[in-house]
Design a protein around this ligand. Structure first.
Ligand code: GDP
Ligand code: ZN
Length: 372
């Protein structure tokens, strides 16, 4: 899903916000009551961008900053995450996060070379692993994410999407999942035919916070949109303020759906440090690199010094792992060479050239997935 990661600095004053709609309940109220800051106002973080936090409170959604001692916590898990309930103070007209209330649950990630895990989202009630029919389906990865969700104290659910594309493999998939032997809800859905979507909406409870976890392209936004009924709200694309062009951003955001369910979207399974040595994981991070490349300002971007290069940006801020990127480049050169050989042998047109996504060269598909 793509969301702008900008935070409006001015107040969006939706009068009459009921924080219970955002999941406030006695668990968090108790946590607040036992705090020495219990006189302060509470709110929930709906998005994080660097050191700016968008927080929903009774009187609206505000852009807030964070008190120094929280910002400089050594352990990233001690910093606020999307979904956190926080206490706010005010200083010179700026709202400041001074405390994170006790968390009900925490989903985190640890990349291969990170010393500490980082928080992904807090206070999640239900984690839905989404995989799609086709090459995305991977039972080992599915199980790893499930374990992660269960460890985090979150109720798991599985969605196998794009069943309209199934070509006889559905029975095998069902069997493989059954063999995992987890006693959890499994839904088979199709955004195209609508199958399973109503059932999903029925299973989710108003007021609960749900996170959809899966690679990009499996249909998370589509599913959320069909539940929402307002396609534009959940997947609007925002042009970067700097005018550097459209970015497929990696911001996570808490969204309140019309059916009163709260959803946190995530950019992809790379969040879970899936850079293991199995091929599926590698393919996964390559898919991610290709998706990031779609955010480059120029279609023929060489990802070196071009302005508006999303790849360079992602490498700089650690969203793309440098080692993975190198492997990606190597494979791309190899595929370019083999394409050249094939061209010379007169087998394919000269369409495939360096700088095109690996996918095009490898699988003969000409267009990368369109991002919404
Ligand atoms: P996300 O990255 O996980 O949020 O995936 P999207 O919702 O953006 O979907 C990626 C692509 O898959 C889009 O072109 C969707 O139209 C398509 N898609 C989503 N769900 C289905 C489905 O059930 N069946 C088929 N055939 N395509 C789907
Ligand atoms: Zn680029």
């Amino acid at each position: 899903m793509s969301h702008g990661n900008e935070i409006p600095d001015q107040v969006r004053n939706d009068n009459g916000i009921n924080l219970a709609d955002y999941g406030w309940n006695s668990f968090y109220a108790d946590a607040k009551n036992s705090s020495e800051n219990s006189h302060l106002e509470h709110g929930r973080i709906v998005s994080v961008h660097k050191s700016k936090y968008e927080v929903v409170i009774n009187s609206g959604i505000f852009s807030c900053e964070i008190l120094g001692n929280l910002q400089f916590q050594k352990n990233p898990l001690d910093k606020p995450a999307v979904g956190d309930w926080v206490l706010l103070d005010e200083e010179a007209g700026t709202k400041l996060i001074v405390e994170i209330l006790a968390r009900k649950s925490l989903i985190k990630r640890q990349k291969k070379h990170d010393n500490f895990p980082k928080p992904i989202a807090a206070n999640i009630d239900r984690g839905i692993v989404v995989q799609a029919i086709g090459p995305d389906f991977n039972i080992k990865r599915l199980e790893r994410i499930l374990i992660h969700i269960i460890d985090a104290g979150v109720e798991p659910m599985i969605i196998i999407n794009k069943i309209d594309l199934a070509d006889g493999e559905l029975d095998d998939i069902k069997l493989a999942i059954k063999k995992l032997n987890y006693n959890i809800d499994i839904l088979y859905t199709s955004y195209i035919t609508g199958e399973g979507i109503d059932e999903l909406a029925e299973k989710l409870t108003p007021g609960e916070t749900v996170i959809f976890i899966g690679s990009s392209g499996v249909g998370k936004s589509s599913i959320i949109n069909s539940m929402l009924g307002h396609a534009k709200q959940a997947t609007r694309e925002i042009t970067d303020k700097t005018g550097k062009g459209k970015h497929t951003t990696t911001a996570r955001r808490l969204i309140l759906l019309d059916n009163a369910v709260l959803v946190i979207d995530t950019p992809g399974t790379r969040e879970f440090g899936m850079h293991s040595d199995d091929n599926a994981a590698i393919k996964q991070s390559f898919d991610y690199i290709e998706n990031v490349a779609l955010g480059c300002q120029f279609g023929n971007c060489g990802h070196s010094n071009e302005s508006g290069c999303a790849i360079r940006h992602a490498l700089e801020n650690g969203d793309i792992d440098t080692d993975n990127y190198k492997r990606y480049l190597v494979l791309q050169i190899e595929s370019e060479q083999s394409a050249k050989q094939m061209r010379q042998a007169g087998k394919v047109s000269s369409k495939v050239h360096a700088g095109q996504p690996l996918r095009s060269a490898r699988r003969g598909k000409s267009k990368p997935k369109k991002r919404k």
